[in-house]
Design a binder for this molecule. Structure first.
Ligand code: NAD
Length: 281
């Protein structure tokens, strides 16, 4: 493992546009469970899974009823605002600070990358601590809207102060499209990067799981997707590195160049320290 850590640090130090992709495994060391592991939220509460699958459809049919259920019912994650970033989140924040990582694209909804110092962040599945207007995509912190008061005054659903559209939580439900702004920017980053560092995702949830495949395929398929006159044409191969407790389809299909198998909270700080040494930061 130590050799692979050195290799990853060298690859990062040599890169010109590195990005990171992260998943639920990034936050297990902060105490936030994943969905389907042995202690997963849905393993323990199958009813929550059934409700999650029909949640977006219900919102579209009856936003008021959806909000009443949200404000009065339990939150499946409990209070996500109470968790702290772990050594992995801090190392990702440091790698951005050193100018190595240009963007982080996360599937996580826990807000821990932001707390860990990441500035250029794309929250692919939204953030549980934020709300979003479904029309103009304006985001706001949850506490900016007094949901309890709106419930009491029978004024749910909340409406957007910018465009008057209906507001929902920022988290992306099953069947809900990825918000256009985040989807487009993520695709752009996957095209642009020359190194993709993938941490703690089983890479089975789509369309997020397409991003590493796009990075790997971009040279071959570039002209199919993007008009070359609109942007810089990517050249060469993207290095794809995985850090995960176990092999994933990306490992098995040869999408990643190599897997560093182990705990993110142990591996990422070592990589960040080695990058600092190489770059003499
Ligand atoms: P996943 O649960 O499918 O996969 C997590 C992967 O990380 C697994 O392969 C697991 O072996 C690995 N892992 C777990 N802890 C690790 C550690 N400490 N070090 C290294 N590897 C570790 O997660 P996913 O691919 O992100 O997909 C789940 C979906 O659920 C996502 O869409 C996400 O939005 C959502 N989700 C988010 C959170 C969160 O915000 N923290 C938590 C649960 C689920």
């Amino acid at each position: 493992m130590e050799e692979l850590i050195k290799r990853a640090a060298q690859d990062l130090a040599n890169s010109s546009y590195a990005i990171a992709l992260t998943g639920a495994g990034m936050s297990t060391e902060s105490g936030i469970p994943d969905f389907r592991g042995p202690s997963g939220i849905w393993t323990k509460n199958p009813d929550a899974e059934r409700r999650a699958y029909r949640s977006y459809e219900f919102f579209m049919e009856n936003p008021k009823g959806w909000w009443v259920e949200r404000v009065t019912g339990p939150n499946i994650f409990g209070d996500l605002a109470g968790y702290s970033p772990n050594a992995g989140h801090i190392a990702i924040g440091d790698l951005e600070k050193y100018g190595i990582l240009k963007t982080v694209i996360t599937q996580n909804i826990d807000g821990l990358h932001e707390k860990g110092g990441t500035k250029n962040l794309l929250e692919y599945h939204g953030c549980a601590l934020k709300l979003r207007c479904v029309s103009c995509l304006s985001r706001m912190r949850r506490e900016e809207i007094d949901l309890e008061l709106l419930l009491k005054e029978d004024r749910l659903p909340p409406v957007c102060s910018v465009c008057g559209g209906v507001i929902k939580t920022d988290t992306v439900g099953f069947g809900e499209p990825i918000p256009e702004d985040v989807a487009e920017k993520s695709l752009e980053e996957a095209w642009k990067c020359d190194l993709m560092l993938i941490c703690g995702t089983s890479a089975v949830v789509y369309p997020f799981a397409n991003l590493p495949r796009i990075a790997r395929q971009k040279k071959a398929n570039y002209e199919i997707y993007i008009d070359p006159s609109e942007g810089k044409r990517p050249t060469g191969k993207t290095t794809v590195i995985e850090i995960n407790a176990e092999p994933t389809p990306l490992t098995q299909e040869g999408i990643s160049d190599y897997l560093i198998q182990g705990r993110i909270g142990e591996i990422l700080p070592k990589i960040a320290a080695e990058v600092m040494r190489i770059r003499q930061i």
